[in-house]
Design a protein around this ligand. Structure first.
Ligand code: SAH
Length: 459
């Protein structure tokens, strides 16, 4: 079943509309109609102060009386928005008899026209119409709100402003379409969305002036993919996955996150497993440079947060040297994701005032960490890459004086549907894990906050 009414954008400036009713629906309608240049008249015995004020400021008229059929004449549209369905029906009947289109609040069946839910971004209108469920419409609208940030208004204004200039500069129609496709997915968008409207305009002007407007420089985005659950991506990350030309990703990036990459984008796996480097770091750095030089929008997708044990720093150093524009989009680091999904608050007034993120990987049988500091009370330790070195970590902490009863948790595949949490005391964690083969990625949390899990999650 499809909506039989056709959504159209009509210029209704100067048209007359009669609103019967003085409550919240009338207020909403009056606000929209005045904003679009209609001449509004409200008829009702009681009129809300806000509506009165709005009409006063917006040049609307008021007739503080009960509705009478003669009110209908000379209007182009009528809106029946009283709380009384009998009155609404009467208004609709009068309007129909006079051949004037009518809208009845909350009754699309009885209406000739309906109001879509409108999302405005500058000169851009997104309307959601029909659907039969106002709640569904509202939820959908909320999703669109998030997907289409306010910066799209700036973008739409810019595109309109430079439309003629582009037509003059790039006469070939197909090339011009390609130009706009590139502009409206490239750096101009990033500047506009980040609220830097002036920079967006300068970039657009530069592109138009370039000898070859289609040869735009590429850019690299170091994007945090979070610990696994795609719901933990930032909106910026999601937007970039949609606009990427090419995505370079690690083993840590979850399949569910990769599923959100735009299908037209090229995907390059540069993953690494412990000790087995699929693509050595300098080569990854070089790939980023090469693809950006080809004018591509390169997304370097990294598990968790790019700046936490992610070698993000090394990758951007190289980009800096090569003068390639880049941006870093933070992600939820494994510590935050695992702790939340396991019910372990990393700090707590009564347990830990600080938290330390530490790398636990083994190098030639040892782990180089400031053990003496780590056994101090009042802190939580979150040890990344701790699986292979777990026996060494336990021994070192015990040797440096940590209480053997200190609660610890190993979180495997945190935030994913397969997440497994094993809690034990420091001295018994290895026995507790003997029952199953722990899998990567996994994270060790050490400290009395781990005991709160039982209270918070009831486990
Ligand atoms: N930049 C990443 C960390 C990279 S180091 C971040 O901010 O999360 C890789 C280590 O991260 C793994 O060895 C593991 O300890 C941890 N890790 C990443 N994702 C994880 C997950 N879903 N569950 C548990 N640990 C995870």
């Amino acid at each position: 079943m499809s909506e039989t009414r056709l959504p159209l954008l009509f210029d209704l400036r100067g048209r007359r509309v009669l609103i019967v009713g003085g409550g919240s629906v009338a207020l909403r309608r009056a606000r929209t109609l005045l904003a679009h240049g209609l001449k509004v008249k409200v008829v009702a015995p009681e009129i809300r102060t806000e509506l009165r004020r709005l009409l006063g400021e917006g040049g609307g008229r008021i007739d503080k009386t009960e509705f009478r059929p003669e009110h209908i004449a000379k209007n182009d549209f009528v809106i029946a928005a009283t709380r009384d369905t009998t009155v609404n029906q009467q208004v609709a009947a009068c309007a129909r008899a006079a051949g004037i289109p009518v809208n009845v609040a909350d009754d699309p069946q009885a209406s000739d026209f309906v109001f879509p839910s409108i999302l405005e971004r500058g000169p851009l209108s997104i309307a959601i119409a029909g659907g039969g469920s106002p709640v569904l419409t509202r939820l959908l609208r909320r999703r669109l709100e998030a997907l289409v940030p306010a910066g799209y208004g700036v973008l739409a204004t810019l595109a309109a402003k430079y439309r003629d200039a582009a037509r003059r500069g790039i006469s070939d129609r197909e090339r011009r379409t390609t130009f706009w496709e590139k502009i409206l997915q490239g750096r101009v968008v990033d500047a506009a969305l980040a609220g830097r409207g002036e920079e967006a305009e300068v970039l657009l002007q530069q592109a138009l002036r370039a000898a070859d407007p289609l040869a735009m420089p590429g850019e690299v985005f170091l994007v945090g993919a979070g610990p696994g659950d795609p719901g933990l991506l930032t909106l910026r990350a999601f937007d970039l996955l949609q606009r990427a030309d090419i995505v370079l990703y690690d083993r840590l990036v979850a399949d569910a996150v990769l599923a959100l990459v735009n299908p037209a984008a090229e995907r390059v796996y540069v993953g690494k497993r412990r000790a087995e480097h699929a693509v050595p770091q300098p080569e990854i750095n070089q790939l980023l440079v090469t693809y950006a030089r080809q004018g591509k929008r390169v997304v370097r997708l990294k598990g968790g947060d790019p700046f936490i044990f992610g070698r993000g720093g090394e990758e951007i150093e190289r980009l800096c040297e090569e003068r390639i524009p880049f941006q870093v989009i933070p992600g939820i680091t494994a510590a935050s994701g695992c702790a939340s999904y396991a019910g372990i608050p990393l700090t707590h007034r009564d347990h830990a005032q600080s938290v330390r993120f530490l790398p636990g990987q083994l190098r030639e049988g040892t782990i180089d960490l400031p053990w003496r500091e780590l056994v101090q009370p009042g802190q939580t330790l979150v040890i990344y890459m701790a699986l292979t070195g777990l026996p060494v970590i336990r021994d070192q902490l015990l040797r440096h004086g940590m209480d053997p009863a200190t609660p610890v948790a190993l979180v495997e595949r945190g935030t994913l549907p397969e997440q497994r949490v094993t809690t034990a005391s420091l001295s018994s964690i290895l026995q507790a894990l003997a029952a199953h083969e722990p899998v990567a990625p996994s994270l060790l949390i050490v400290g009395s906050v781990v005991a709160l899990r039982a209270r918070l999650f009831g486990v």
